[in-house]
Design a protein around this ligand. Structure first.
Ligand code: GLN
Length: 491
């Protein structure tokens, strides 16, 4: 094992090296820092690093804890005490978190080291990370393409071997979609399974934090640390949490998988379709039964999402007024001028578009026609899932209809919104889902990853991880490395 190989390790493999005392947590931080210095100029995954604090923590870390001495990258919308929390926005320029989010408290208790904050679309609004007010992030598989979004920094960091694992947040697909585009694993837990305390709110009834990792086992390891009830979040579920590692390795005999017929749509890239068809066959050959199912309200999901998510965002973002946090307009005439200009200068175009749309759908004349109606259709979408989950254990679909697109290619916001067509319904229904690598599209001589999405019943994370793990272990997709990555050694 050389320093060059180490950043390519999965969390589980790094853990065994640490526990065998073949490398120290301090050395791991040094090697990771070097790796970031070498490649992050090209990838641009990180917005800030706190290596000094990480070194201090590494010196005292107990490698026998569940994530002892493992550095984890954090999407820059989750508060880590003392570190900046920009949300990819100018309006939080200069802000530093005064407390740790619940997931950070839990990661620290498990021995992990949150050492750096990753880039994202401003306030997690987007599907390509191009809405970041700070910079663009590039896909490690092809630097002219986007990493997906909004957790594009986390996915690119993991794919580019600049992080062993990361946290992202998923409101409509923002963990799963960038994971698919970067060829890594992205897991969205059931709504309420992981505390949102300390996650800057975008759409409170949809947001969930989850892991972005190189393997399904690593996702289970992080879930073991972060899942569970938290009295600081009133929507957190008071349910016991199983050991997510325990279900890995079970075979798929008796598992019933549904293929929703509404998900076979025009507009899916033919290479994506071929890869998903092959994955379905593979799952079948592992013993799973494949059943066609129907989710009739699917066609409304994107519209419903953009009413509910923007309505909630317009309320959540009201707090950024130049008084409490971050950026403040200069020389205001009066308090209204201060609010108005701070928000005019501090928010980017997509955020403003959503605040305007959200305010509109909540306004008295339109509330019933848009917001209330959207809530009703949301309930139909939830019932669609509840009814198919009476027949099947999990659903299969592509994560994204296309592989990573070029930076600047999707300038039309509506085109961008369609990137989440397969991921959004899960957030509306509050169910869990994962994206795992399932193949490649060949485009202009570049191999671009394709993701397979598995959706599961509320609180059935263990089952989804089990199925994803069985699939992953029966294929070689997760072993493929982007050209910019270091090689992945055998431990
Ligand atoms: N792309 C979707 C949006 O722009 C989802 C984002 C997310 O999951 N945070 O809202």
């Amino acid at each position: 094992m050389t320093g060059n190989d180490l950043p390519a390790l999965s969390i589980a493999d790094l853990q065994s090296l640490l526990r065998r005392r073949e490398v120290s947590p301090r050395e791991v931080i040094d090697i990771l820092r070097e790796r970031i210095e070498t490649v992050d100029g090209d990838i641009g995954a990180y917005l800030s690093l706190d290596i000094e604090a990480a070194v201090k923590e590494a010196e005292h870390s107990n490698v026998d804890l569940p994530l002892g001495g493992i550095p984890i990258a954090i999407k820059d919308i989750i508060n880590v005490m003392g570190q900046p929390c920009t949300c990819g926005s100018k309006i939080l320029n200069g802000y530093r978190a005064s407390y740790d989010a619940a997931v950070i408290q839990k990661l620290r208790a498990a021995g992990a080291i949150p050492f750096g904050k990753t880039n994202l679309d401003e306030f997690a609004m987007g599907s390509s990370t191009e809405n970041s007010a700070v910079k663009s992030t590039r896909n490690p598989w092809d630097l002219s393409r986007v990493p997906g979004g909004s957790s594009g920094g986390s996915a690119a960091a993991v794919a580019g071997d600049e992080a062993f694992g990361a946290l992202g947040s998923d409101t409509g697909g923002s963990i799963r979609q960038p994971a698919a585009m970067c060829g890594v694993v992205g897991f969205k837990p059931t709504y309420g399974r992981v505390s949102r305390f300390g996650l800057v709110a975008f759409a409170s009834s949809l947001d969930q934090i989850g892991p972005v990792t190189k393997t399904v086992r690593d996702a289970a390891l992080i879930m073991n640390a972060i899942a569970g009830h938290d009295p600081q979040d009133s929507t957190s579920l008071n349910e016991s949490v199983p050991d997510y590692l325990a279900s890995l390795g079970k075979d798929l005999r008796g598992v019933r998988l549904g293929v929703p017929k509404e998900y076979v749509i025009e507009g899916i890239d033919s290479q994506v379709r071929t890869a998903i068809d092959a994955a379905v066959k593979q799952l079948n050959s592992l013993g799973a039964e494949i059943i066609e199912v129907s989710l009739p309200s699917t066609e409304y999901a994107v519209a419903v999402y953009y009413i509910i998510a923007t309505a909630e965002a317009s309320a959540n973002l009201a707090r950024f007024d130049g008084v409490r946090y971050g950026y403040r307009a200069e020389n205001p005439k009066d308090v209204l001028d201060l609010y108005g200009r701070t928000r005019e200068e501090g928010f980017g175009a997509e955020v403003k578009r959503r605040i305007i749309l959200g305010t509109y759908v909540l306004s008295s004349g339109y509330y019933d026609a848009y917001y209330l109606r959207a809530q009703k259709v949301r309930e139909l979408i939830r019932r669609d899932f509840a009814s198919v989950f009476g027949k099947v254990d999990a659903l299969i679909s592509p994560t994204s209809p296309v592989a990573a697109f070029k930076l600047g290619e999707r300038a039309d916001p509506l085109q961008m919104y369609l990137a989440d067509i397969f991921t959004i319904a899960a957030n509306l229904a509050g169910i869990c889902g994962i994206s795992v690598p399932c193949g490649f599209a060949e485009l202009n001589g570049h191999r671009l990853p394709i993701g397979l999405q598995l959706l599961g019943k509320p609180l059935d994370e263990a089952r989804i991880l089990q199925i994803a793990h069985a699939y992953e272990q029966s294929t070689d997709w997760h072993k493929a490395r982007p050209p910019i990555a270091s090689t992945r050694p055998k431990v």
